[in-house]
Ligand binder design. Sequence first.
Ligand code: CMP
Length: 136
Amino acid sequence: APERTLVLVKPDGVARGLVGEVLSRLEAKGLRLVAAELRTLTRETAETHYAEHSERPFFADLVEFITGGPLMALVVEGPRTIEAFRALAGATDPVKAAPGTIRGDFALEVQNNIVHGSDSPESAAREVKLFFPDLG
Ligand code: CMP
């Protein structure tokens, strides 16, 4: 069965004009776009989305960053989409991300790492519902 995941082009990626680049890589890989919206997150949505990190020292900065400008929220679908997108994105720390990955090619700092992708089927279900509650 096809699997869905939430992908965010974070505010740094939108500001740097990398939405098209990310979409090109997803589409070239064969992942199918099922929803897309440019929006600026409220603090409440950001805190809910990143609730698992609420005790981490970087949480306050992360919420400031992710609400600091428009981001592109996407739902993508395909076989093993969660794993497939995480491979395209590369390691969370862009310095450790392999060249050829989105983070490896375009980022240097762990916070400003261009994209987010759900890390498990459980978080994908939760995150897709948070961003696109009306998606069938
Ligand atoms: P993301 O995959 O969206 O999940 C949590 C985010 O927190 C991460 O990408 C980064 O944008 C941000 N972040 C900031 N500092 C750190 C850190 N030290 N470790 C992991 N994530 C961090």
